[in-house]
Design a protein around this ligand. Sequence first.
Ligand code: ADP
Ligand code: MG
Length: 703
Amino acid sequence: MSEFINVSEIFGSNVFNDAVMQERLPKKVYRELKKTIEEGKELDLATADVIAHEMKEWAIEKGATHYTHWFQPLTGVTAEKHDSFISAPDENGKVLMSFSGKELIKGEPDASSFPSGGLRATFEARGYTAWDCTSPAFVRQDAAGATLCIPTAFCSYTGEALDQKTPLLRSMEAINTQSLRLLRLFGNTSSKKVTPSVGPEQEYFLVDKAKYLMRKDLIYTGRTLFGAMPPKGQELDDHYFGNIRQRIAAFMKEVNEELWKLGVTAKTQHNEVAPAQHELAPIYAEANVAVDHNQIVMKTLKMVACRHGLHCLLHEKPFAGVNGSGKHNNWSITTDDGINLLEPGVTPHENVQFLLVLACILKAVDTHADLLRESAADVGNDHRLGANEAPPAIISIFLGEQLEDVVEQLISTGSATHSLSGGKLQTGVRTLPDVTKDATDRNRTSPFAFTGNKFEFRMVGSKDSIASPNTVLNTIVADAFAEACDVLEQAEAFDTAVHDLIKQYLTEHQRIIFNGNGYADAWVKEAERRGLPNIKSMVDAIPALTTEKAVTLFEKYGVFTEKELKSRAEIQYEAYAKAIHIEAKTMIDMAGKQIIPAVVKYTKVLADTVNAVLAAGAEANVQLELLHETSGLLADTKAALEKLTKLERQSEQVEEGEALARYFHDTVIPAMAQLREPVDKLEMMVDKEMWPMPSYGDLMFEV
Ligand code: ADP
Ligand code: MG
């Protein structure tokens, strides 16, 4: 059996957290740092020097030889440049391990190779990383040894954000300020700070590493570009919450241990809907920390999989025909003294503050549905959103029976007098304990669902950073709060004014509420009737970033400048075009060098067989038929390959940016589908021994 793990002992053991700081830093320095963390006070260099020294000593005790400014450029993944602690040798040739406050606070990676969307020309290579002391530093142990990782923000020489973290931090300030304004209106004088809490549920697939290495599509693009459906998919629903296989269990155990050491609260794990699909959820944390932790989770899944002879696929749609992976982003807003603004209480109809918050969120989501949709746009996510699996591309809000009833009372009669309650669960078995029901059932098809005391934004892709969805959520809700406060702060009779405002917002934005089946075609029609946007692809989603509405919103709260928004749109178009381009080239490579040659060999086997059978004096009609069919599909494959190759080459003539992204979306993707069709049919005919790569069945069922 495996060794005993003392979770409370290992938890956070590799994190320079509050307890460590309190223990190791001189009292005055600790107090200064806390002020910076909590109140955003500037840190002076002398204090930073002391912190850096202690951090280094602590990291060295953990075996660290290097440190890195760990940041999140606009590539969707994290980046780091490692420096060792050693200083120049002294006259005796000895080196010291040193780390200064300056090195802790500021770094200067050569930024020219990170996407800037035109914010910076290649010759203007300067970019700075700045220590984000609100997310704790940690020591990561991997094949490179141990490294002190310092979470940082990444900005250009001129101060524009080149990363995910900077705008997120700015949006957290916006929601803090506006939430406090709102709380004060309700007489709250005790709360000092309001932060968004986020709990992301991470879905992923695991496949056997050796098989993974036999598929160029998985290697280059993270998803399969060819592949016939196996005889069994997810139709039996026997994988969901199913028994976890031993190999996977061993993997999960190690993932948990690694995450716990890094202070990530890995909490829930289970098998997901599709074969070979799993999920991991941490306990929610402050948005900024949750974003960093999610990056650590993704990296850890990859690293540990490798150690177990597995490969972790984070792509949103590794396999056509079975469910893809997402990342449910659970979001709420909490004060420093523990009040969750999204907690309805037992009688929500009496909770005026909650009702105002709810009405503001409805307004925010309805007004900026396009921005929320954009924040979840990702090349891989195009295969999920609107493709009859969680969730549709149309943004709507699920409130559940209880709240919808309250909202209806408010809209129709102007006041709400009661709240439906859950009651007891009737199991029909006397020996089972009484279980009280929630007041509301779940709706798995809603992209934005109220789940008790939080909203769950289900559109986010599994591979994507959760920074931008949370940046958008924080900002749009901050704006709705601000507008409500503008009205209410001027009101003569607060009670009447707040009552009227709630009713007004609910009435104006009730079209965003939808409690029905989000996967049904009827909803698409109904949403259209209501005037809700249905933005089907990433390319169509990107323009939302640069509308006048978006620019005004983000500039008002200092989250993005217009220049930054334009650059982000450029980066998105570029990322889209590049990703599809790589997919097209990978298909061309696989079809030309692996699939067609394999089919040619197989037709030779068939032809030889036909001749041999005829020579033996028997009938060879079936063999001949197979040969004809195979040759026919081979011809289709070759024609489709030629077409795709031609279109891929022509992409060079298309202007970069939006035009190129649209070219790949409108012209190249259909040609890719055309190539896939005959190939998937051939896979079902050609001798398995001769097919040049593992099948869907091999990948999903033989892990
Ligand atoms: P559900 O059953 O609604 O999916 P879970 O308890 O499984 O909820 O939690 C899903 C995720 O939501 C977890 O990461 C959890 O920590 C997080 N979560 C729970 N409560 C909140 C909250 N108030 N704010 C943000 N995230 C939360
Ligand atoms: Mg959930």
